[in-house]
Design a protein around this ligand. Structure first.
Ligand code: NAP
Length: 483
């Protein structure tokens, strides 16, 4: 019999057992214990922050291309272990194996992209108004940064925080989500093997409330980057501002896909189904509202129902499965609660609405892809983030009405429009209140080379990813030099 592996925290360059562990179970089959993790303590967080502070002078004064070389090496190590890391992700988070492979590939690309930034590290050089004055601004790191990440992209989100933080010369304490800590542990392992100096990177897994509080109180901390729920993000914002910590928050969404009557019908159906249900609706950029123009509403609704019913739900390790389980019991309970609210508000769903336990799914957190029709914009299921495979289909009189409905929410993360009308595309691009916009694509599915982040209640602070990521993780020093 195979023994369950135990994964330690990583503090000051050493693997640190805390004496207590917590379980990482497969959400497709809870009999499958993936791993045990050392349960970090507030003292571990304090030690990690102190180690990061001690490592800062040497790391920040190493030249940035040399830091980049360590990141390149780590990317190569992850690449060599690509298949096993992806399979572990499916086991710990539940997303399908092709989705997990896509995410691991993205993490590797993110590391290579930011490793390359080490050789660029763009500053500013401008002419002075004064003779024989040379003036320029260059980047310097901000210091010890705390990174708090969610379970839904357990590798890519840690990667898109870690890589820019490290390349800019900061030192880090990473606190991963308890529901899926293994994928980011693999990144830490790769950086360790790539030779990251002791103390530069620290990883402490364990209960968010306790460790988050300890992190926010850690004296050396200068900044926090958080991705997760609005509830925790708003709390962090309050705590961070008491200490004037730099803070970046990426939080929830209630993302619309507008479908106009002139859209390419079949691809619009595919894009809505993909945006709403793939990754089990557990993407912050998932479509949760399809706002369909009156003229094609009935036909489009019928096509959506038909396509949704064909989705194959099951263990993401099995070939052909399109939709995996929800990540844990709490997430499944939340989704089922919102389905009950939806039934009261909008009547019975047109398809789905139940937990799935047949065909070997009894030990997993499977819920049918669920579609409510004729949802009114004031209903709870049209306003609150559900974070599961639940789609609200809404009727709009015309384009302007669809835009009004789309913007009538507190969130502004991602959005999409399906249309072949170029003028409508530009109207949408300028009027949509969201940080990420897609046209004739699903609302989810972003790349790492451009800024990522939302507007309104979805986000706070500078954007992540692409060149924009450097803005959060560095500061400028401006120099005026008379020669
Ligand atoms: P969450 O419950 O807010 O947890 C996120 C992280 O915060 C976890 O590591 C969690 O640790 C930790 N945490 C919990 N309580 C804390 C506290 N008091 N102080 C500091 N940290 C604390 O969110 P989630 O359920 O993991 O993720 C789902 C949410 O993330 C959704 O709302 C989704 O929209 C959002 N999300 C947003 C983006 C984006 O880019 N905008 C991307 C992905 C996900 P534990 O796991 O130990 O509780």
């Amino acid at each position: 019999m195979m023994t369950t592996p135990t994964f330690a925290n990583y503090i000051n360059g050493e693997w640190a057992e805390s004496g207590q562990t917590f379980e990482n179970r497969n959400p497709a089959n809870t009999d499958d214990l993936v791993a045990l993790f050392s349960k970090g303590t507030p003292q571990d967080i304090a030690r990690a922050a102190d180690a990061a502070a001690a490592a800062l002078p040497a790391w920040s004064s190493m030249n940035a291309p040399a830091r980049g070389n360590i990141l390149f090496k780590a990317a190569d190590l992850l690449d060599r272990r690509f298949d096993s890391i992806a399979a572990e992700m499916t086991r710990e988070e539940g997303k399908t194996l092709p989705e997990a492979k896509g995410e691991v590939r993205r993490s590797i690309n993110i590391f290579r992209y930011f490793a390359g930034e080490g050789a660029r590290m763009p500053g500013m050089l401008v002419p002075s108004e004064r003779d024989r004055v040379h003036m320029f601004a260059f980047r310097k790191p901000i210091g010890v940064v705390g990174l708090i990440t969610p379970w839904n992209f357990p590798s890519a989100i840690p990667a898109w925080k870690l890589a820019p933080a490290l390349i800019c010369g900061n030192t880090v304490v990473l606190k991963p989500a308890s529901a899926a800590p293994l994928s980011s542990w693999r990144i830490v392992e790769a950086l360790h093997e790539a030779g990251i100096p002791r103390g530069v990177l620290n990883y402490v897994a364990g209960p968010g409330g306790e460790l988050g509080t300890a992190l926010l109180q850690a004296k050396p901390l200068k900044a926090v980057s958080f991705t997760g729920s609005c509830q925790i993000g708003n709390w962090l914002h309050g705590e961070a501002s008491k200490r004037r910590l730099r803070i970046q928050l990426e939080m929830g969404g209630k993302n619309p896909t507008i479908v106009l009557a002139d859209a390419d019908f079949n691809s619009a159906v595919e894009n809505v189904v993909n945006g709403a249900f793939f990754s089990t609706g557990q993407k912050c950029t998932a479509t949760s509202r399809a706002i369909v123009e009156e003229a094609i509403y009935d036909k489009f609704l019928n096509a959506l129902i038909e396509r949704t019913r064909k989705l194959k739900v099951g263990d993401g390790m099995q070939p052909g499965i399109e939709i995996g389980p929800l990540v844990d019991q709490a997430q499944m309970d939340t989704v089922l609660k919102y389905i009950e609210i939806g039934k009261k508000e909008a009547g019975a769903p047109k398809t789905g609405g139940n937990r799935m336990t047949g065909d070997g799914r009894a030990k997993g957190y499977f819920v049918e892809p669920t579609l409510f029709a004729d949802v009114d914009e004031r209903m709870t299921i049209a306003q609150e983030e559900i974070f599961g495979p639940v789609l609200a289909v809404m009727r709009a009189k015309n384009f302007d009405d669809a835009m009004r409905i789309a913007n009538n929410i507190p969130f502004g993360l991602s959005s999409s429009i399906q249309t072949t009308n170029l003028s409508r595309v530009f109207d949408y691009v300028y009027r949509m209140e969201a940080g990420l916009l897609t046209v004739n694509l699903p609302s989810a599915g972003v790349e790492y080379q451009l800024p990522f982040g939302g507007m309104k209640d979805s986000s706070f602070g500078p954007k992540e990813q692409g060149p924009a990521a450097l803005e959060f993780y560095s500061d400028y020093k401006t120099v005026y030099l008379k020669y």
